[in-house]
Design a protein around this ligand. Sequence first.
Ligand code: ADP
Ligand code: MG
Length: 233
Amino acid sequence: MAYIEFKNVCKNYGNDEVKIKALKKASFEIEKGELVVILGPSGAGKTTCLNIIGGLDAPTSGEVLVDNVRIDKLKGRKLVKYRREDVGFVFQFYNLINNLTAMENVELASQICKNPMDPISIIKKVSLTKRKDNFPSELSGGEQQRVAIARAIAKRPKLLLCDEPTGALDDKTGKQILKLLQSMNKKEKMTVIIITHNNAIAPMANKVIRFKNGSVESVKINKKPISAGDLSW
Ligand code: ADP
Ligand code: MG
């Protein structure tokens, strides 16, 4: 059995009059420790898929298993616990808390879970020691995204889910962020899923899942993923 099993998942939004089929029997599997890139054009259902894996949204039908648990069936405290302890989210626009410093943003995350990493060492891991007392508005986009990654990994999540993490960054900064995500995958053995519409990111993945119109168009295994530093676009 795979670590993540996404089986025949459908997700409808709207009502009977205006029904939007965001996912149409989408299926794929992800193994523990994989770095997966999900590709596809805007509107293909990528974010919906990631939100369902992260327990932020529930499917209309189908099954979603993470580590042998039917997370589409989780409710109440169990769902909160799953989101809080098992999942780290990184978003395109960072979603930091503006009146907390970089350090405080990371500390906040570490305070809500059982076995957090030491905030000072994570801040160091993302090379922000000198900027730790700055507020988000005083940091560049790349620095803010590094804080967001630090915040996500502070919880030692089983899963690091990243929705267009480089979408708001210039190419050079984007590549630094991808390097950081790749090192979290390798060194911390985290399963990492990165959504992007940038095909050039695919060669760094162990597995590339392509979405089209709410379905999985293809799944390709990359035997020799390249280092994020060697990507070019
Ligand atoms: P992607 O991330 O690949 O751009 P999304 O998963 O965000 O795609 O969206 C898939 C489809 O579902 C789109 O047509 C989008 O407009 C629609 N959709 C997404 N979220 C909602 C929502 N909360 N309410 C209604 N429609 C939605
Ligand atoms: Mg999206």
